[in-house]
Design a protein around this ligand. Structure first.
Ligand code: ZN
Length: 358
């Protein structure tokens, strides 16, 4: 690249940092002009460009970047750090360019108006309200579980191909009549991750590539977990960058769908967050609630737990730290803990806005 281009790009980096700082203070502006306009346009364009390709272009892009960096470092070492000034300029220019594209294509959604404000609900709730919500979920989960298995002690088996689950989840979004959620998504763009094995070790079920807006899922995870995972990633694709918000949308979309298996995934997903939260507030009550669940439901939870245990190890720990820091940098100060914060949205939404059907 020409030196002047490198200089302009490098100089642009601190300007971007100031711009991002300004945007953080103006969520209404981001919501209005970026999330509801520019992002909708650019993401639809990305979907038309990448959705017909059977594999993830974003994954190839990531792999290319990693190979490029390794090659660049190799050359730097081989030349014994010659031209260090130019090399440093190259590095800053590259980071600047990635930083710009990340925010332009998706990342600015981190600074939009928080979902509870858009929905007009509060985030405060009492232990009693959580208890009531969890009881409702347990009753619905047990009833649905009885419909899906012949014996209370059996786990629900998902006899679907992954591609069929993908279609069901996409249809759940397409057919959703929920007007509280903004669902402009009209192109199916969910793919298997080319990195599913390393993802399993890192403890990840899926991710959205912010540069191409493709959603990738880890095809190794138990099928029971796929509907909420895919729905979560589609939530990200819609512009809900934050983990808790994508989880909330995944829960609502799957719990409100007509398909029993999607609903079972969604109910148990919401229930897991609620019980974990209850455990922090009142461990005994949480255990009493768990005792009310059919043992087959616990088998489904166990299946997922065992899957992650097979792959657990030091990599997972490192990834949690790295990803936790990533979330903190991107306006989610609770880091990875914010995954539990979804309960605040769920309890208040179903108390103030809707009742869980079926
Ligand atoms: Zn996510």
């Amino acid at each position: 690249m020409k030196k002047i281009t490198l200089k302009v790009l490098a100089l642009f980096f601190p300007i971007q940092l100031i711009l991002i700082y300004w945007l953080k203070q103006h969520p209404d502006w981001v919501e209005r002009y970026y999330s509801n306009h520019f992002f909708i346009f650019i993401s639809q364009l990305q979907h038309y460009l990448t959705s017909w390709i059977p594999f993830s272009i974003g994954d190839v892009f990531y792999a290319t970047i990693v190979i490029g960096i390794v090659y660049w470092l190799f050359k730097l070492l081989k030349n014994k750090f010659k031209n260090l000034a130019t090399k440093s300029l190259e590095a800053i220019a590259f980071v600047s360019l990635l930083y710009f594209l990340f925010h332009l294509f998706w990342g600015l959604n981190y600074y939009r108006v928080p979902l509870h404000k858009s929905l007009g609900i509060s985030t405060a709730y009492t232990k009693e309200e959580l208890h009531e919500f969890a009881c409702d979920l347990i009753q619905k989960t047990n009833a649905l579980h009885s419909d899906l298995v012949s014996n209370d002690s059996l786990k629900v088996t998902y006899n679907y191909k992954q591609i069929d689950l993908q279609k069901l989840v996409f249809d759940a979004y397409k057919n959703s009549t929920n007007e509280d959620l903004k669902i402009p998504y009209r192109v199916e763009n969910v793919k298997k991750s080319l990195f599913s094995l390393p993802l399993s070790y890192a403890g990840f079920s899926g991710y959205v590539n912010p540069f191409t807006n493709e959603a990738q899922y880890n095809y190794k995870i138990p099928k029971y977990k796929l509907p909420t995972t895919m729905a979560h990633e589609i939530g990200h694709q819609l512009g809900y960058s934050k983990e808790n918000e994508a989880n909330f949308i995944a829960a609502v979309i799957t719990m409100e769908d007509e398909n029993d298996f999607l609903r079972y995934s969604g109910l148990t997903f919401s229930l897991k967050y609620s019980l974990n939260d209850m455990y922090k507030k009142d461990p005994l009550l949480s255990e009493a609630l768990i005792a009310e669940l059919h043992s087959g439901v616990l088998e489904n939870y166990k299946e997922v737990q065992e899957f992650w245990q097979t792959y657990s190890g030091p990599v997972e720990l490192i990834m949690e730290t790295v990803y936790g820091n990533y979330l903190k940098v991107n306006n989610q100060p609770q880091g990875i803990d914010s995954y539990n914060y979804v309960v605040a949205l769920l309890v208040n939404y179903y108390q103030q806005k809707r009742t869980i059907n079926h």
